[in-house]
Design a protein around this ligand. Structure first.
Ligand SMILES: [Zn+2]
Length: 240
């Protein structure tokens, strides 16, 4: 099959799926719109697996009505001026069920383990599938099984590359009186948006890379499309 035929068959499949399901309007804004300041609503200690615990922090004023939450692992005696922060976007398949299609579950567990040891703040945003939602993400997986990468599949579904918005994360930090952070992330979009919203990033710390047979294409797409700072060549070499 040549490239043209592949594209035609994708178009065909896409229009069939579009008829079958009710897709959101092309270019519809599904990101978190957050224009006003948040206030902390509650901070509740919850015991977690492996004898860990975190204070789950909730907020008043979340404009998209989603239950975004902070897991506050800060220790009483740590340096309270610069706080370690990870922003994690919800991924039901990876976080809960350990899907091998991505590395979200591993990244989440890495942050929980690290913050339990050294203190830190994990912002858990309910923006499933880069903001497109679970059903759309699963539709995109169906296209990926036909050979498209994450970003191409989203475009075929009429969705933006990455609809996530990290302004709300900045507002959550400000509500908790956190202004200086060390950010655990490989994603340049997160740090630039936080800085624009007045959060000072003292240092950026790369997250681990969790290469699996099934997520190689996903990680490659992350590097090629959104300039994630992952040295895949190094990990390939190590895996060999
Ligand atoms: Zn994921």
């Amino acid at each position: 099959m040549n490239e043209k035929n592949i594209n035609l068959s994708f178009e065909h499949m896409f229009s069939e799926m579009k008829e079958k399901y009710d897709y959101p309007i092309k270019g519809a804004k599904m990101t978190i719109q957050q224009n006003k300041a948040l206030k902390v609503r509650n901070s509740v200690k919850v015991p977690l697996a492996k004898d860990r615990s975190a204070n789950f922090v909730t907020f008043y004023g979340v404009e998209d009505q989603k239950d975004h939450v902070v897991l506050d692992f800060r220790k009483e005696k740590q340096n309270q001026e610069i706080i370690d922060v990870r922003i994690h976007s919800e991924c039901l398949t990876g976080d809960i069920f350990g899907s091998s299609r991505c590395d979200c579950g591993e990244q989440l567990q890495e942050a929980i383990k690290k913050f339990d040891e050294v203190g830190g703040v994990l912002i858990y945003l309910r923006q499933e599938g880069r903001g497109i939602g679970l059903y759309n993400k699963l539709d995109a997986y169906a296209l990926q099984l036909k050979g498209l990468d994450t970003y191409e599949a989203n475009r075929h579904l009429g969705l933006g590359d990455d609809l996530r918005d990290y302004k709300i994360a900045a507002e959550m930090l400000k509500a908790m009186n956190i202004k200086k952070i060390r950010l655990l992330s490989n994603n340049p979009l997160k740090s630039s948006q936080l800085q624009e919203e007045g959060i000072e990033i003292v240092e950026k710390v790369s997250t681990g890379v969790f290469l699996k047979k099934e997520n190689t294409h996903y990680l490659e797409a992350k590097v090629n499309h959104t300039k994630h700072s992952i040295d895949l060549a190094k990990y390939f070499a190590e895996a060999l």
